[in-house]
Design a protein around this ligand. Structure first.
Ligand SMILES: Nc1ncnc2c1ncn2[C@@H]1O[C@H](COP(=O)(O)OP(=O)(O)OP(=O)(O)O)[C@@H](O)[C@H]1O
Ligand SMILES: [Mg+2]
Length: 595
């Protein structure tokens, strides 16, 4: 390398001297016999040093000019080299063995745009996921891609994937979180885009006032939906990874489903459901169901009411634990009317999915959180989108509705998600689910379920920060191997010989994947691995919003600032009268003016 640099340097100096002498001789009218054949330039240079040619006075000026130009270009080259190094990371070399821009042509440029148009969205490339490291082209998921993102804490899940996805969504967006960062960053842009912003914040994660409410019982139109809602309460209220009791869990869930159905039929507030779980001998729910078309459900509830004392206590306490989020006083105004004078709009999922609104569902994590309600609201909205898709031409939404389940394992433990995943893609409901680790997903869906979700996702993303060898081994296997040429030297009777061999090695091993570089502002150092159907794994450079185009960054910063400036009103101004019927409040248009 050093020799090459030296030779290059000598050549440049020689060429400069040659140029200076040639032009200088002509200008000064000296060295008449000098060879003009360019191939003899070296002997001309030597003649200058031997004194066979005179050094023209103008040559000094010309030589200095050439020197300045050369120095300028050298500085430019060196600067670009250092700039390149600043953005380079220790895993970048692997990109040369991974997917090329050609292989991913359907995720970028014209092809991506055409696909978006085919799926009903004009002027869009899709949902941004980052830039291909080899080539720098921006890549986009299509509006029928289901994606799964795994990355550890603070490595850019929200800033590089969730926020860009939400601000680029063409229609309605449903998103979950346990923090207010995504809401703050995207609210202004989503509002400016024309849709209403709905923030469901029963635990005051973003200190949002309850300016609207949602009646979970409006979802319960029959016994199947009652069972589904009970399932959401069950999975949303359990600790991640906790083993469910195989006897009391199903019985408690069935009882809760019965109570939910009874309350919905009798037009009661959802708080009655919690109250019933505290009164094991109470026959009200059984009587309501007996008088309805759901006689079998009535028998199930009555059976639980008449169980032997101790067993009944356990079944009821299981149901009570599942519904415990309903007893929280700050939760009540979000799922109940505050009385006949309540003028707040009621959220209607069926109208929302026809709008370009944004639903942010926030909850803290852990047992006793509002997780079951966040899950129930998210699932009810996605199901409403599915119902609308069934009525739409081709069985898909005219304008796709995006679901971004950030912190899915903490606040949106949707047990059926692995089964539903591939199905929603074809309905125009692309969903991006975000997990902090593989084991977090296993805690929600079980090992089989998490594998099913992984397989059903046609875009799988890993953005670093996870140290789980089993998961990283799977990613490493999917990235694949390459043949590395190894050379070994040996001495035999004083004769040195070298042998070359090809050795198969992992493109990226577990250690390299565990330490995948994370983003730093202005440094372009974030890396992610993308595994997509039909292409080799690709190395992406993550593109956090704060490194995006200036006008967009300004808009997001303005949105964040607006949130900080806003002085939130208290969550509730008047006490909730839990005995009031819930369906008296007028349901307003999802495209309504407030936000
Ligand atoms: N406006 C900003 N400017 C510079 N850096 C930022 C900005 N916002 C966030 N970051 C940094 O970007 C990194 C990634 O943050 P991000 O919130 O996207 O991570 P995450 O993976 O979503 O984390 P978590 O698991 O906590 O939700 C963090 O180090 C954070 O400090
Ligand atoms: Mg986050």
């Amino acid at each position: 390398m050093g020799v090459a640099w030296l030779a290059g340097g000598v050549l440049i100096v020689a060429l400069s001297i040659y140029g200076a002498v040639r032009v200088g001789s002509q200008v000064d009218g000296v060295n008449a016999g000098m060879s003009t054949d360019p191939s003899e330039f070296f002997s001309v240079v030597l003649d200058v040093f031997r004194g066979n040619l005179v050094w023209p006075a103008t040559a000094t000026l010309i030589g200095s000019g050439i020197g300045v130009v050369l120095a300028f270009f050298t500085v430019l080259v060196l600067m670009s080299k250092t700039a390149g190094k600043k953005h380079r990371t220790q895993v970048d070399w692997a990109a040369r063995h991974m997917a090329t821009s050609q292989e991913l042509s359907q995720m970028r440029g014209k092809e991506a745009k055409q696909k978006a148009e085919r799926l009903g969205v004009t002027d869009s490339f899709g949902i941004p996921v980052g830039a291909l490291l080899a080539g720098g082209q921006k890549l986009f998921c299509s509006f029928e891609d289901m994606s799964l993102l795994l990355a550890g804490p603070r490595v850019g899940k929200s800033t590089s994937f969730v926020i860009p996805a939400i601000i680029n969504a063409p229609g309605a967006v449903v998103t979950t979180s346990n923090k207010r960062d995504v809401l703050d960053a995207t609210r202004g842009i989503r509002k400016d885009a024309g849709g209403r912003v709905w923030v469901f914040d029963p635990q005051q994660v973003a200190v949002e006032p309850a300016s609207w409410w949602w009646n979970p019982l409006s979802y319960v139109t029959d016994d199947t939906k009652a069972a589904k809602l009970a399932q959401h309460f069950a999975s949303g209220s359990s600790e991640v990874g906790a083993r469910a009791d195989s006897h009391f869990e199903p019985s408690g869930r069935e009882l809760l489903a019965g109570f939910l159905l009874a309350a919905a039929i009798d037009n009661r507030p959802i708080t009655d459901v919690y109250e019933w779980t505290t009164k094991p001998g109470d026959e009200t729910a059984g009587d309501i169901l007996m008088a309805s078309e759901y006689a079998l459900m009535a028998k199930s509830v009555q059976g639980a009411t008449r169980l032997e004392h101790r067993e009944r206590g356990s079944v009821y306490s299981t149901a009570r634990r599942m519904a415990s989020c309903l007893k929280d006083s700050t939760t009540l105004p979000w799922v109940n009317t505050t009385g006949p004078a309540d003028k707040r709009p009621q959220f209607d999922p069926a109208r929302f999915v026809r709008s370009t609104g944004t639903l942010y569902s926030l909850s803290k994590e852990g047992a006793g959180s509002a997780g079951p309600l966040v899950l129930a609201l998210t699932a009810a909205t996605v199901e409403a989108a599915e119902e609308l898709a069934a009525l739409s031409p081709g069985g898909r939404l005219q304008t796709p509705m995006l679901g971004v389940l950030d912190e899915a394992a903490n606040v949106c433990r949707w047990r059926d998600l692995p089964d539903l995943y591939s199905h929603y893609g074809s309905r125009g409901i692309p969903i991006m689910s975000v997990f902090q680790s593989w084991s977090q997903g296993v805690g929600v869906f079980g090992k089989e379920g998490m594998l099913k979700l992984w397989s059903a996702a046609n875009i799988k993303l890993y953005a670093g920060g996870i140290a789980e060898p089993e998961f990283l081994g799977m990613v490493s296997d999917l990235i694949g191997s390459y043949d590395r040429e190894t050379t070994s030297a040996s001495m035999n009777k004083g004769v040195r010989s070298t042998t070359s061999a090809l050795k198969r090695e992992k493109i990226l091993d577990i250690a390299e994947l565990a330490t995948l570089p994370t983003p730093k502002k202005g440094r372009r150092t974030g890396r992610a691995i993308m595994m997509s159907s039909g292409a080799r794994a690709a190395m992406l450079r993550t593109v956090p919003w704060f490194d995006g185009p200036k006008p967009l960054v300004e808009k997001i910063n303005a949105s964040i600032k607006d949130q900080q400036n806003g002085t939130p009103a208290p969550a509730r101004s008047e006490p909730v009268r839990t005995g009031e019927p819930v369906l008296t409040s007028a349901t307003v248009s999802a495209e309504g003016e407030q936000s």
